[in-house]
Design a protein. Structure first.
Length: 342
């Protein structure tokens, strides 16, 4: 009988950590492992929850000695379980509480060298391992560009709360500056949350999409667009960028943080940036990277004016090599070595 993996995290289907949890569960099941998910928090009915996840839910601690927490480093596990903490961070400094929490784990798993270096420098003393995230390439894969009358830029992220990191208003300002109102054959579509507030835009070429989607709906949207633009000041990984690269679309983004594991000039359109103190809900989180407006404008015009590039084919190939199977294999081997499956 295969050993079982007990996962802990948020079950809601729309936050990045919830989607990360779902992908880990899917990857393990694909490898023939039994999975139990004991939610740290649960919100049903807002976003699609895959059948696999629903069937794996449990309501109490399981008999296994180990649990893997998939969460930002703010959840302090209670009880006597041996903990693997699977997490990430976007800026250059962990809060003190996060360091204390991670130092209670037997093993800390992060997706990038950026996070390994950061956590070590901040005082995380527990053993650490790097396990890259993966995407479902049966859904997110190369798709030819649709022939249409308009060039469509896409962006995604909250315009509220953590939206200060995603900097969606900066993307809007750059779009309007790059393409004055007399340029009619270009659009910007922004995917955000249903409860996000309106942005003061005043440009009918820009659309806010306030819906929770299934993975297939999201993949179809990616394929409908021509390029993805992000002004995010930091990424723990950069899932939207990863998925969009796999689809074969140009990706404009800041080369800072976890995204540098798979994103550079050879496969994308990196932005110039400067470092400043992380703000708002990320206050006291060290530094993060703010793109320059000139760089955003120039890159958007570059992508708009040069629509055929081998760069997107290289990007798709690289992105698809980091799939669920690869991530699950590395994670399985890491947990086996740590004794979780031993």
């Amino acid at each position: 009988m295969q050993p079982r993996c007990v996962l802990r995290g948020a079950v809601n289907g729309y936050t990045s950590y919830s989607l990360h949890l779902f992908n880990i569960a899917q990857g393990f099941v694909d490898r023939g492992k039994d999975v139990a998910i004991y939610p740290v928090s649960m919100e049903m009915g807002k976003a699609p929850i895959p059948k696999l996840i629903q069937e794996s839910l449990v309501r109490k601690h399981q008999p296994e000695d180990w649990e893997m927490v998939v969460h930002c480093p703010t959840h302090s596990p209670a009880g006597s379980k041996r903990i693997v903490y699977n997490t990430m961070w976007e800026s250059t400094k962990l809060h003190k509480e996060g360091v204390l929490i991670l130092n209670t784990a037997e093993l800390v798993i992060v997706p990038s060298t950026f996070n390994q270096t950061l956590f070590n420098a901040q005082g995380v003393k527990r053993p650490m391992a790097k396990v890259p995230l993966g995407i479902d390439t049966s859904i997110y894969h190369y798709r030819p560009v649709e022939r249409k009358d308009e060039f469509v830029f896409s962006a995604a992220g909250r315009t509220f709360a953590g939206g200060c990191r995603k900097r969606i208003p900066m993307v809007v300002d750059a779009f309007i500056k790059a393409f004055p109102s007399d340029v009619k054959d270009v659009r910007l579509e922004i995917k955000c949350f249903p409860d996000d507030p309106d942005l003061e835009i005043g440009d009918d070429r820009i659309t806010l999409i306030r819906e929770f989607w299934s993975k297939q709906q999201l993949a179809d949207w990616y394929a409908h667009t021509d390029a993805y633009v992000s002004a995010s000041a930091g990424e723990g990984w950069g899932l939207h960028q990863h998925e969009m690269m796999a689809t074969g679309r140009a990706v404009i983004s800041v080369p800072f943080g976890g995204i540098t594991e798979f994103y550079d000039e050879s496969v994308g359109y990196p932005l110039d940036y400067y470092l400043e103190p992380a703000g708002e809900v990320y206050g006291n989180g060290g530094l993060w990277a703010v793109p320059t407006m000139d760089s955003l404008v120039d890159r958007m015009r570059e992508v708009f004016n040069n629509r055929k590039s081998e760069r997107v084919l290289r990007a798709s190939e690289r992105a698809m090599s980091l799939d669920l199977a690869h991530s699950a294999k590395v994670l399985d081997e890491t947990l086996t070595q740590a004794g979780v499956f031993g």
